[in-house]
Write a protein that binds this ligand. Sequence first.
Ligand code: ASP
Length: 592
Amino acid sequence: MRSHYCGELNETMIDQEVELCGWVHRRRDHGGVIFLDMRDREGIAQVVFDPDVEQSFAEAEKVRGEYVLRIKGRVRARPEGTVNKEMATGAVEVLGKELVILNRSETPPFQIDEYSHVGEEVRLKYRYVDLRRPEMLTKLRFRSKVTSNIRNFLDEEGFLDIETPILTRATPEGARDYLVPSRTHSGQFFALPQSPQLFKQLLMVAGMDRYYQIAKCFRDEDLRADRQPEFTQIDIETSFLEEKDIMDITQRMVTNLFKELLNIDLGEMPHLSYAEAMQRFGSDRPDLRIPLELEDIKDLMQSVDFKVFSGPAKDPKGRVAALRVPGGGKLSRKEIDEYTKFVGIYGAKGLAWIKVNDIGQGIEGLQSPIIKFMPEDVVNQLMQRLAAESGDIIFFGADKEKVVNEALGALRVKLGEDLALIEREWAPCWVVDFPMFEELEDGSLTPLHHPFTAPSCSVEELKKNPAAALSRAYDMVLNGTELGGGSIRIHDQAMQETVFRVLGIGEEEAKEKFGFLLDALQFGCPPHGGLAFGLDRLVMLMTGAKSIREVIAFPKTQSAACVMTDAPGEVGDEQLRELSIRVRKPIAEISD
Ligand code: ASP
């Protein structure tokens, strides 16, 4: 149907006959001459119809925005003074000879040719129209380049692209499962994979040695900002490699990607232990573009006459930390109040602060509602430890360790952004030496990654003190976002059973849920490990998009629904009967 894409036209084609297919981006009537901007995937071309080509001119008059056309015409240079430098094809235009309307269009729900303040719901409802906007197309095109670059890299490194099932059994990654009822096994359900974790491990048992897959994962999570119930991972697994080898391959994969697609040198990726990351940045995904650091002051605050500080300072599970912010002395009371509210989101009960007006004047040069509670020598030691300077503000966190880390960790990032302290555009790092488990409020342990992660200690040590065990896990972090994470896995049945026991999974339950894995561990399982990168987040960061929904063709809304297809939806009685399912009335209706 066509000889060229609209966006391909250029001056070398002057006098050539071309055939173009595409959408009417814009139509203008200029004193008897009709100008059509025609758009396709590759760009926009201007087509001109003069009244002397009568029939086509008459057709061109009928044309409206988003009509689908095929045109034939001759490329010519644009007359002097009408060259459009903003447009890739702006030096030429097509003198139209024939025009066929292939399809009409209703007036689109929003303008495509200019930025419009249309709400996201409308954009998602008419996503096929939204995706016509060049900026959306650019992002999807970029995403496609990312996946092909990664495929090429991994193919060259000897990885096999292998698909794993979507209808499967639950794989625990810490979220709820999406369930699919089975018609042939009445009353039974498949789970959609939260990740291909167990299958990729089984592929290692099968001797595939190096596996990857650009895999869909499904997690029914409580809705937090910027999560999708289905998302894509670059999923990787290898055999007979140590942590450092796996980190090396995947680091090269990511650096190569940034270099080739964005010409960005990511540079070195420092390794931080989990403990160090928490201590210095209050987070296991530290944003290293921001130079602020948390400083421990627990020892100094044990004996102060200020319970807000001395309480947590004496509590073995407490933390008292300070965050010195150079130049923060200029923050107003109102701004400080806003930050106090902000840390409240993370459970902090308040936000103590000291402004350093003039460090030369000692305690006299400080301004703070809390300073009266502290002996002068403590204040002096504090200033010394923090290397405080005039013009600083110092914020404090004193609470359970978790609250302080989350509150000051988030405050650190917010201040970094608000006060424009960001030093570099890209700051990647690896976080290693994670604890195996996290303690829940009821004292039980839950895996920090997933229960197949190998600990760095022996079975005996793990049994003796599970809460203290570290894992052989590693996360790659970029600009405060976890890009990917993985680990060396357990390949020994006794170790896997021990981990299940620590997690309170009894023998019966383990057999029921993971019997196939425990079996496989008995049939020659090699040492293996891998990791998975979040493709959506990676593309979001690389394109500077504000949300992962902007880099997914058909994302779900924040409430995990698709407003375009109206999914999820109800199903008919017949279908339910076949599945042996009866729907209970929603709780709200029942209680009415
Ligand atoms: N399956 C893990 C996840 O989805 C990644 C891995 O350990 O390879 O987070």
